[in-house]
Each structure stands twice: as structure tokens, then as C-alpha cells.
Design a protein around this ligand. Sequence first.
Ligand SMILES: C[S@@+](CC[C@H](N)C(=O)[O-])C[C@H]1O[C@@H](n2cnc3c(N)ncnc32)[C@H](O)[C@@H]1O
Length: 413
Amino acid sequence: MPRTPGRIWADGDRDLAEGLMAALRAPQDDREEEQAIAESLTHPLHSYPAKLHPATARILVDIVGQSARRPQPIVDPFCGSGTTLVEIRAAGMRAIGIDLNPLAVLVSRAKTYTVPARRRKEIRDAGHEISGQVLAAGKAARRSGAAAAPIRKPTGFDPNARNRRLASWYAPHVRRELEMIAAALDDLRAHDPELADVLTACLSAILYKVSSRASDTDPTWVEKNVPRGAAARYFAQRVELLFAGLGDFPPGHPAEVFEMDARRMAEVIPDGTAGGVITSPPYAGTYDYAEHQRLRFDFLALRHRQLDEGEIGSRRSFETNAEAQQFWQRALADTLDAIARALAPGATAAIVIGDSVAKTRAVFALDDLRAALTDELVLEAWASQQRPLLGGIEKRVFAERPKAEHIVLLRRR
Ligand SMILES: C[S@@+](CC[C@H](N)C(=O)[O-])C[C@H]1O[C@@H](n2cnc3c(N)ncnc32)[C@H](O)[C@@H]1O
């Protein structure tokens, strides 16, 4: 969510609308408290496009949690990097996440891996051991002029194709360190797959920082001077951050996170059993989650065909498909149907959506959401905040009506 302030307006139940306005305002408040929330728990572990601000998520957990009956879970069916799942767990509630992106699932599981202290210490010990080995191997190789560590060959992936895709993004010494960390995680996976996955999220977290890719959402090649040993040290820092953050959760179980299409959530959530939903679906035509993570998918050897085919509202779908707007509205309607089925009677769903430009047309997300509403869901309150216009097309298509981000609160009858 952007940090720029903008005009806020709201409607519906007054108390709820005020809560939603506070949730929208939270990222722009420069108060130390909001900063501290963003840096708390495991929130800073991993970057992610369109990550929800943790302070917004915390307020929404408070609002939605009021109508939830424990131990009913709170669900985020587009969980991304797990911001809401972290806050749900921090509030001591059961969390269920769903996302089609395998990386989102990996990161969300790691960020909510609330386990007893002894197990948590194993994360730290294994992570530091791997980082230490990589640093020592680098020094030894430099002293002896020994040959570089062999490039890893993940099973089921063509090593030459993988190599071609990765070669230009990493300096050779960085690539060697990363491959050594990944190979050590492969070894660990053979006897402790859960621990290996948690540590893989720490590796994933540094993959763009040490690459020549500008950022998650910007694939431009940029020159970066990454010192020797930096990748291994950054990895150890992420492990430390995760270890410390996980220690601040109240006792409970890790979030259950499923890699699947949100519209099929009935397969894992029996009808009428969710205590609430808090989610932020993709904004129409804005991001390409499949493209944004491609370098990570290639490096970590993550399969992403389901995401390539099932991602809703992607930018590429609007650029290549003349019927993308209809698909988008259908996807929104199917998602709301699935949410209505999952919710217990009287439970609420907070949905964060944003206006956008899809190809060259304005998409007014609140209108689309209202059009997709079923009889089972009542619109209790909503709040909107005006967002700045970026570039010429936005200025043209939003000339008559402001571009805004919205939080909508729905209640299951
Ligand atoms: C706005 S992001 C969520 C960000 C999240 N709130 C966070 O703080 O990181 C939207 C997410 O929807 C996921 N997604 C797109 N199409 C999906 C689908 N059909 N089913 C489930 N997830 C989907 C994307 O992978 C992305 O993680």
C-alpha cells in the first residue's frame, strides 16, 4: 500500500467505517508505532509486490476477529507473502492461507512457522552452519586457486536451460555462493524437508538483492557490486531475523497454507467454517506475479505452471486477451461465491481492492465488486482513499473520477 496521504471517504455502519478508515490511514502515519509494526515479528523477511502494510492488516484482524468464534480460522485466499497470516497468528488465532504462487506459499509458511523453542533453534543452527561453510569454502578456494564449486542440477530441470536463464543475473562469485547454499538445503531436505523449506525462504529473500535485477517488479538489468561473502552473510542475517521474529509469536500452530486457486477454496475449507476472511486480491491489469518471481522460480527450481495459467487480473492477460475484462469480473464473482460459502453465518470478510488501469481503460474496483456481490453477502461498510495518478494514461482515464484504494467489509447472512 502506498504511503502517500490522500483524501479519505467512507459509508455504511459508522463504527466499522471508522475502523476501515483507520486501516487505510495506518501506512501513512509516520508515528513510531506504525514503523515498529512493520518491522515486528517476521514481517520484514521477504519483499513482495503489493504487500499489505502490516499496520493495516493488524487493524483488519481486529475488526474481522470480533465476529469470529474461536477456534474458527481466519482465511486469506490471496495470501501473497503472508502479511495477514502473520497478524492473525500474532493475535493468537488460527490462520489459513491460499495462493497460486509457490513462492508465496513457501514464504507464508516460513513467516508463520510457530514451533517450540527447541525446533526454532534448529533453524538458526542449520542456517548459520550453512552460511559458515559457504564462507569457509570461498576463502579456501581463493587461497588454493581451486576450481569453482559445481553448479547445482535440481532434479527434473534441464541444467543447461536453467544456467542460461540465470547466467546474466549474477556475478560468478555470487552465483557460486548461492548455489552452495541451495545445495546444502537440498542435502537438508533429504532428511528434514520442513526445515529446508523454511531456510529456502531465507535464501529466496536475498536472491534479488544480490542479483542484477532492479527489483521484484522491475526486470531491468542494473550493475551491482556485490562483495565476496556477501550472499552468505545476507543469508545468515535473514535466518537471524526469522529466528527472532518467530520467537515473538504467542504459542500456537503454524498457518496452514495451500498452493491452489482461491476460487476452489471449498476443497480445503468446509462450508460455513471460516471465522472470517481478510484478503487483497490482485488489482486488475497491474502486476504479473508470475513474471515478478521468474528469477526466483528459476533459481529455486519452483514449478509455477498453475500460477502461469490461473493468475487472475494479471497485466499480461489484459495485454493479450480482448475478453480479459469479462474474465476479471467472472473471477471476482467466483471468488466472492467461494468466500460466501466458506464463511460461518454472521462472520465478516475485509477485502482490500484498488482502482487501476487495465491496458488503457480505468477499472473501478468498488463498482466491479458491488456488481459481483451475491445475496449471501451484505456490504456492511467501506472506506476509500484517493491515490496519486502515475503517468499520462492514468491522468487521462481518471480525469472525471479519482483513482482510489478501498477496503470493503462484507458480512455473511
Ligand atoms: C495483492 S497480492 C497479495 C499480497 C499479500 N496481501 C501480501 O501482503 O503479501 C495478490 C496475490 O494473489 C495471488 N493470486 C493471483 N491469482 C490467484 C488465484 N487464482 N488464486 C490464488 N491466488 C492468486 C498472487 O500470487 C498474489 O500473491
